[in-house]
Design a protein around this ligand. Structure first.
Ligand SMILES: Nc1ncnc2c1ncn2[C@@H]1O[C@H](COP(=O)(O)O)[C@@H](O)[C@H]1OP(=O)(O)O
Ligand SMILES: [Mg+2]
Ligand SMILES: [Mg+2]
Ligand SMILES: [Mg+2]
Length: 318
């Protein structure tokens, strides 16, 4: 089966959302709103989710969307001003939009499961976005547990003389490509083949991983360079392009029971796999995308150029 239409619609939606995020980032300081779980969310997270869900609902009305943000949070009485700000940010793209429509579009992302579903992180790395650092807009299509299409926009990332602002796309069996956000010309990407850029990436946030264990494992497999710390799925892009050989995300000792969310990984996983790399959990198991919003059967995420993978899993087992 061809996924050409899915790919085109996904790219168009992610580009429109990226533009909204960049406008919010540049025009006003994107004040953070605190969610129930104490993590931050901004006008741009909601605006991005609204735009992408609208596009998916229109093009693929039967497909469930499992997205990060909740309409109920933005629809509450005390969030009236923020809902108006989200609506205003979307008005630049859709001049007639009203707040009720925005809530409906965001709510379209509230599916819990599906055999064929989309998963969306409207802004991955909101903490990076707030620091004017790396963030991503990440959208993927999953069918029967297999990721088929992934589109990953990294508006603050520069690589190989391109950017800032890169878009990564992958379709199962068709390879992965990279382009600048401004220019449609795309080029195939590949993970590092030899020993060049023998370094690893990890989260900026120490609470999202186990940095001391990550350094120890990297050293065990022969990586002596200090880690490159980056917010968001931009880390997957770094491995997919050979900028780094490895991305380590081991469970934080502070949150040992945390389960990774599918939208934090799906788009990045297919981009790396189609660029020739490998992704598993810390025990070498495939990530299981059939269990709804969380990767309940997996712990830790190991992303590599393939060559280093077995060594890393072996080091973790000892
Ligand atoms: N304890 C945790 N372990 C791993 N990831 C986490 C943890 N808490 C939050 N996250 C998620 O990490 C992602 C950012 O990753 P990174 O640090 O690599 O940029 C966010 O989407 C965030 O989810 P959430 O938005 O639900 O807080
Ligand atoms: Mg979040
Ligand atoms: Mg995220
Ligand atoms: Mg997010």
């Amino acid at each position: 089966m061809s996924y050409e239409r899915e790919k085109i619609i996904a790219i168009e939606a992610v580009l429109a959302a990226t533009q909204l995020c960049e406008q919010v980032r540049q025009q006003i300081s994107p004040a953070a709103i605190e969610k129930k779980d104490k993590s931050p969310v901004t006008i741009a997270d909601y605006g991005s989710q609204a735009l992408i869900c609208r596009a998916l609902a229109e093009a693929f009305p039967q497909d469930p969307v499992i997205a990060e943000e909740e309409a109920a949070a933005l629809g509450s009485a005390e969030m009236k001003l923020q809902l108006q700000q989200v609506t205003d940010s979307i008005r630049q793209v859709i001049p007639t939009v009203v707040p009720a429509e925005v809530l409906n579009w965001i709510g379209h992302g509230s599916a819990q499961s599906g055999d064929r579903y989309w998963t969306l992180d409207p802004i991955d790395g909101t903490k990076g976005f707030l620091r004017q650092d790396q963030y991503a807009v990440a959208l993927a299509l999953v069918e029967a547990g297999e990721i088929k299409v992934g589109v990953l926009s990294c508006p603050a990332l520069s690589l190989n003389g391109l950017g800032p602002g890169l878009l990564f796309t992958a379709v199962r069996g068709e390879g992965a490509t990279m382009r600048s956000l401004e220019n449609e010309a795309s080029q195939p990407i590949q993970v590092a083949q030899g020993t060049q850029n023998l370094r690893f990436v990890e989260s900026v946030e120490s609470g999202h991983g186990n940095q001391s264990q990550q350094s120890a494992i990297a050293q065990t497999v022969g990586i002596t360079a200090p880690s490159l710390r980056m917010d968001s799925q931009a880390k997957y892009a770094a491995v997919a392009t050979g900028e780094a050989a490895l991305y380590l995300r081991l469970p934080s000792p502070k949150t040992p029971d945390y389960r990774e969310k599918i939208w934090d990984h799906a788009a990045g996983v297919i981009v790396v796999e189609e660029a020739g790399g490998k992704v598993t959990d810390m025990y070498g198991q495939k990530l299981d995308f059939t269990q709804g919003a969380k990767l309940v059967h997996n712990q830790g995420v190991i992303v590599s150029n393939g060559r280093l993978h077995d060594q890393v899993i072996a080091a973790l087992a000892t």
